[in-house]
Design a protein around this ligand. Structure first.
Ligand code: NAD
Length: 294
């Protein structure tokens, strides 16, 4: 069993660290929040007083932090020169592709292995250990990270070299943001044209308009499987995080000189939704804004 440093025990990291401890690993955990540290202790981790103490001598360091600048700072100040020689660094935060590549390069230069391993599956998936990991890094780094990722998820996919996991996450969530908006506006229009939402769902789910946003995560209450729409758009995936991911995708697109007009429009619309108070609402709640605009 491995000695693991885990830094960032929030909504996602808390459940992930708990699953590593449950699998029998020695998890030294750190977060700036005392409550998060207390939850980690109850879940079988050993809370530490600093990120450095968590990473000290660790064979693996997992980070689950808000953004690229937090990961870069933690690596610089608390992980490089502190983790065991040859340790594998697993960053599961959603961050920009450019920073992920720079951090992998810096880690390699220090004799460490590194993967970017962002996730899909949300808070429920983190708690249940059913996340999907999309992983960027060398074959050697992927092989070192894989057994630990397996303890926190149900699917672990090697996407390519450093940064490929973040690239996959950015592209996937750009697609998700655009299809959710398109699904919402189709439901709004269908209703205004006199169609019953359930009838439109039945037809579109079995037709060429079908998508995950329609069939699995339907934004209309009472239609399709149970989703955040059935709980007043609470829980699920916050619109603020969708906006963050869309902006990361647009940054990556501009760095690669690629035009992504649908992604750009999705970011504008989620920007408006967040500005109107929707930040903590599930991202499918944007249907309310689109409905009002009619
Ligand atoms: P969160 O805000 O709940 O947790 C982040 C944690 O990091 C907080 O507990 C905070 O105290 C801690 N932190 C910040 N700076 C720190 C530092 N320097 N040292 C130690 N701890 C520090 O966020 P979250 O929802 O857990 O998301 C974490 C990452 O996962 C983000 O990059 C997010 O985009 C991504 N993500 C979130 C979801 C989701 O549904 N919440 C889904 C997929 C991916």
């Amino acid at each position: 069993m491995a000695r693991i440093g885990f830094i960032g025990l929030g909504n996602m990291g808390g459940g992930m660290a708990a699953n590593l401890a449950k699998a029998g690993h020695d998890v030294r955990a750190f977060d700036l929040s005392q409550e998060a540290l207390e939850r980690a202790r109850k879940a079988g981790c050993l809370p530490t007083e600093s990120a450095r103490a968590a990473a000290e001598g660790a064979e693996a360091v997992v980070t689950m932090l808000p953004a690229g600048q937090h990961v870069a700072q933690v690596y610089e100040e608390a992980v490089f020169g502190v983790a065991a020689p040859g340790a594998v660094l697993i960053d599961s935060s959603t961050i920009d592709v450019a920073t992920a590549r720079q951090l992998a390069e810096a880690a390699t230069a220090k004799g460490l292995l590194a993967v970017d391993a962002p996730v899909s599956g949300g808070i429920a998936g983190a708690a249940a250990g059913t996340l999907t990991f999309m992983v960027g890094g060398s074959e050697e780094a992927f092989a070192a990270a894989q057994p630990l990722l397996q303890a926190m998820g149900k699917a672990v996919i090697h996407a390519g070299g450093a940064g490929a996991g973040q690239a996959a996450k950015a592209c996937n969530n750009m697609l998700l943001g655009a299809t959710m908006i398109a699904t919402c506006e189709a439901f709004v229009l269908a209703e205004r044209l006199g169609l019953d939402p359930q009838t439109f769902y039945d037809i579109s789910s079995a037709s060429s308009g079908q998508s995950w946003s329609m069939t699995t995560y339907c934004p209309v209450p009472g239609v399709g499987p149970e989703t955040p729409a059935d709980h007043d758009y609470q829980g699920g995936f916050a619109a603020a995080l969708m906006l963050k991911d869309l902006r990361l995708a647009l940054d990556a697109a501009s760095g690669a000189n690629v035009d992504t007009p649908m992604g750009a429009r999705a970011a504008e619309l989620y920007g408006s939704f967040v500005a109107q108070g929707g930040a903590g609402t599930d991202f499918s709640g944007i249907i309310r804004m689109l409905d009002r605009q009619g």
